[in-house]
Design a protein around this ligand. Structure first.
Ligand code: NAD
Ligand code: MG
Length: 381
């Protein structure tokens, strides 16, 4: 079972939980990367002895180099350094747990190198779409979902014949901290309120995306990409308890679900051990003490971001990239206290209206559009 892996974004919420899994199963860690957290990355390097490590920030990378001079690790920097850690090691599977569109070039580097990609960084698949899928097809690399909903669907699909009669995917959503609230009540919500997620402890960007439900919109697009279904085949249901991680429905209306306590180490581990299963550090599900599982229709009027993503994926081409980038900037401005919560969807709509769509595009087109969307959001904020 010992296996060689690398983790991109190892200092974050998914990154550190991935290292928990690696520790438990004695995986060899070939490379680790982060944005700027020298202290934690140094600690991880001392424990896991990767051959390569990278920090986005060149000054921090220089500091890391000095601090790890006694170790046999090559310290790199910038996006090129991260891509080198992504594609050029002996790892069989690379976990991409970078946050945001910054994960796109590393995702492509992993797949172009023919390595399996355990994907938490949904933004790269949403924005990159066909580029990412084609890279995997060309090299035969697999994309294994880490997002809990998509891991659930992937688990439900196991054992299906190739001519599977999949009718529908049903994504569950916790509803976030503002479930049940109406627009007027969201007028003055604060960052602290948005960051108080009921069930999951995650990085700040995805936590705010859960509050706006843009996260569920991204996941809708992610499901379309991963499972080759149309947007109309993806339903969303609010499930406050986060125990049913998602469901699929077949032509005969039989519905299959995957359940468990909310802990990301299960989907992370499954992406690494697939198709096998092993013991995990996660607690057993006690259904009787959970007592009640509830389901609600999402409030699409209040949480406009789901509709924004649904329309973007229906348009296709660069539109998912446009709304993703506009959201990244609006989400950031909200976290910096520069805009109000309800300005997030407003700014995404206004910026995306300035995007020129294209069906054939390159990674450079996505990066240019990213700069434009960020500028458009800033200009209107
Ligand atoms: P986080 O903010 O906790 O960690 C992000 C990691 O990426 C850190 O290691 C950081 O150093 C690195 N990073 C940040 N900006 C970077 C950049 N510009 N270039 C290179 N590296 C950079 O985020 P997270 O909550 O772990 O989420 C990571 C990804 O996983 C996101 O795409 C998120 O949507 C997805 N995801 C997270 C969870 C969760 O429970 N946290 C669940 C499902 C999916
Ligand atoms: Mg999810």
């Amino acid at each position: 079972m010992p296996k060689k892996i690398s983790i991109l974004g190892s200092t974050g919420s998914i990154g550190t939980q991935s290292l928990d899994v690696a520790r438990k199963h004695g995986y060899f860690v070939e490379a680790l990367t982060a944005s700027s957290n020298v202290e934690l990355l140094e600690k991880q390097i001392r424990e896991f002895h990767p051959k390569k490590a990278a920090l986005l920030d060149p000054e921090r990378a220089a500091e890391l180099k000095i601090r790890t001079a006694d170790l046999d690790v090559s310290v790199l920097s910038g996006t090129e350094g991260i891509c080198e850690c992504a594609g050029n090691t002996d790892a069989e599977t690379v976990i991409n747990s970078i946050v945001g569109l910054a994960g796109l070039m590393p995702t492509l580097a992993v797949l172009n190198a023919g390595k399996d990609l355990a994907l938490a960084n949904k933004e790269s698949l949403v924005a990159g779409g066909p580029l990412v899928k084609n890279a995997a097809k060309r090299t035969g690399a697999r994309i294994l979902p880490v997002d809990s909903e998509h891991s659930a669907i992937f688990q439900c699909l196991q054992g299906q014949p190739p001519n599977r009669a999949l009718k529908k995917i049903i994504l569950t959503a916790s509803g976030g901290p503002f479930f049940g609230k109406k627009r007027a009540e969201l007028e003055k919500v604060t960052l602290a309120q948005a960051l108080a997620h009921p069930n999951w402890s995650m990085g700040a960007k995805i936590t705010v995306d859960s509050a706006t439900m843009f996260n569920k919109g991204l996941e809708l697009i992610e499901a379309v990409r991963l499972f080759d279904v149309s947007p109309e085949q993806v339903d969303i249901v609010v499930h406050r308890e986060s125990i049913v991680h998602s469901l699929i429905e077949y032509d005969d209306n039989s519905v299959i679900a995957q359940l468990g306590v909310p802990d990301m180490r299960v989907p992370i581990q499954y992406a690494l051990t697939y198709p096998d299963r092993y013991e995990s550090p996660v607690k057993e599900l006690d259904l009787a003490s959970a007592a009640r599982l509830t389901f609600f229709e999402p409030d699409y009027e209040t949480f406009e971001c789901i509709g924004i993503c649904r329309r973007a994926v229906a348009c296709g081409g660069l539109m998912p990239a446009a709304v993703n980038s506009a959201n990244e900037q609006a989400n950031l401005l909200f976290r910096q206290g520069k805009i109000r919560f309800l300005q997030i969807p407003e700014l995404i709509n206004a910026a995306a209206a300035c995007a020129e769509n294209k069906t054939d595009f390159t990674p450079e087109d996505i990066l240019a559009l990213d700069a434009l969307m960020r500028e458009e959001v800033n200009r209107r904020a």
